[in-house]
Design a protein around this ligand. Structure first.
Ligand SMILES: Cc1cc2nc3c(=O)[nH]c(=O)nc-3n(C[C@H](O)[C@H](O)[C@H](O)COP(=O)(O)OP(=O)(O)OC[C@H]3O[C@@H](n4cnc5c(N)ncnc54)[C@H](O)[C@@H]3O)c2cc1C
Length: 132
């Protein structure tokens, strides 16, 4: 096993693409990112989604689909901003609740004050999962 360049993680823990960046990785092999989703000292490199360890209000943003989509949109917006000669703006994750498919036509949902399970939760997932 080869250690990752900066964290000492075993090669099997971190993905090759994370290791190739040569930046600090957390224990799960995620890349610690700046508030604007870039990595330290390489402001043109964005890391988003499950690969990013993004801390907000003292907590890591969860590795879920909506977080990845929000980060992707924000990174794209920041790239557009820099092309237009503007500065990056920091990312802020908006938690809209949790939806998880747990079986065939079955899910659990925790959407702020609304908790659902089973088929009705799955139907909700079908409707809302394309939304960011
Ligand atoms: C079993 C399971 C169930 C889940 N259920 C839910 C759920 O119900 N709700 C929810 O919100 N989230 C769920 N998640 C989490 C969600 O899937 C992830 O948070 C989300 O997919 C992260 O998106 P991403 O783009 O970061 O990574 P991914 O969706 O994993 O996409 C990364 C892509 O990069 C590609 N790739 C990797 N390395 C390279 C490379 N070197 N070059 C080019 N391409 C590369 C991969 O093939 C992959 O297509 C689940 C995850 C798992 C594993």
């Amino acid at each position: 096993m080869h250690p990752s360049p900066s964290s000492g993680l075993p090669a099997s823990t971190a993905t090759p693409i994370a290791q190739s960046l040569g930046v600090p990785l957390d224990r799960a092999g995620r890349v610690q990112v700046m508030p604007n989703l870039t990595i330290p000292e390489r402001s043109g490199v964005f890391v988003i989604g499950d690969l990013a360890a993004f801390e907000q209000d003292g907590q890591l943003v969860p590795g879920i689909g909506p977080a990845a989509i929000q980060e992707a949109r924000h990174a794209a917006g920041n790239i557009t901003r820099v092309v237009e000669g503007k500065l990056y703006v920091p990312f802020r994750y908006r938690d809209k609740g949790m939806l998880a498919v747990i079986g065939r036509a079955a899910a659990v949902a925790n959407l702020r004050h609304l908790k659902l399970s089973g088929f009705i939760a799955w139907l909700t997932w079908v409707i809302v999962q394309p939304l960011p």
